[in-house]
Ligand binder design. Structure first.
Ligand SMILES: Nc1ncnc2c1ncn2[C@@H]1O[C@H](COP(=O)(O)OP(=O)(O)OP(=O)(O)O)[C@@H](O)[C@H]1O
Length: 230
């Protein structure tokens, strides 16, 4: 279980997260929603150790991670799939996966079963893949590190709707296998398809949490918090 309590972080003299708290149960997918600039990416960067928290606690299965370096956070079981994917265009699919593999929880064969397109294109440079395949590769590479919690930052960005539904299937399979997921996503169809719960951020803190079914039927509240049409 991930337990985040009273988290404060930011850049330089600016504070972005103001006492944020949330929790993610083992095997749960939580969608973090919010308008542009409320601090969703900063939250994921802080959980991963890329931005140092100024105060607060990040506990994964009882282990305190606040203040740890990204490599320590990774070894403790958290993996980040960053916005923009950050794959290496000239490196083959298989090398991406092989270089990341750690431990036994997601052996390469199992990863290729989850993403058959990548298996077919394993010997091609990642730059030849479509945007959707590159996103799958970024997820595959994160899974290869053997995490218990995966952080997904806007995985649907720039992808066609058909590809997003493939992505939803893959993420759902990951959750069903026991992985915990935090997904930051503007595409509410994807967020609702994969997550059981939502946490809504406003100005650097979580102001509302709910089960997905409850939230998606509460149009008024979604409108207020996310600026959607009622
Ligand atoms: N590297 C950085 N240095 C300084 N300020 C930053 C940096 N990254 C983000 N910020 C600022 O932190 C605030 C929160 O940004 P963040 O990207 O976390 O929000 P977000 O909710 O993920 O937004 P979006 O939905 O547009 O991706 C913004 O005011 C942004 O300008």
């Amino acid at each position: 279980m991930l337990l985040v309590h009273d988290l404060h972080s930011g850049y330089g003299s600016g504070t972005v997260l103001h006492g944020l708290s949330l929790q993610v149960r083992t095997g749960q997918a939580l969608a973090v929603l919010g308008r542009n600039g409320v601090g969703k990416t900063t939250l994921l960067s802080t959980l991963m150790g890329l931005v140092r928290p100024r105060r607060g606690s990040i506990r994964l299965d009882g282990c305190e991670l606040a203040g740890r370096r990204p490599d320590q956070v990774s070894r403790a079981g958290i993996a980040l799939v960053p916005q923009g994917r950050r794959i290496w265009p000239t490196v083959t699919v298989h090398e991406h996966v092989r270089l990341a593999v750690r431990g036994q929880s997601w052996p390469i064969q199992r990863l290729y079963e989850l993403f058959p397109n990548l298996a077919h294109r394993r010997h091609q440079p990642a730059g030849n893949l479509s945007g959707g395949e590159q996103q799958m590769l970024a997820i595959c590479r994160a899974l290869a590190t053997g995490p218990s919690l995966i952080l997904l930052d806007e995985p649907s960005e720039g992808l066609a709707p058909g590809i997003v539904s493939h992505l939803a299937t893959a993420i759902t399979e990951m959750v069903q296998s026991g992985l915990s997921v935090v997904i930051v996503e503007h595409d509410l169809r994807l967020a609702y398809a994969v997550a059981s719960d939502v946490a809504v951020m406003v100005r650097g803190t979580v102001v509302h949490t709910a089960a997905v079914d409850e939230f998606r039927n509460d149009h008024r509240r979604a409108h207020q918090l996310l600026g959607l049409e009622a």
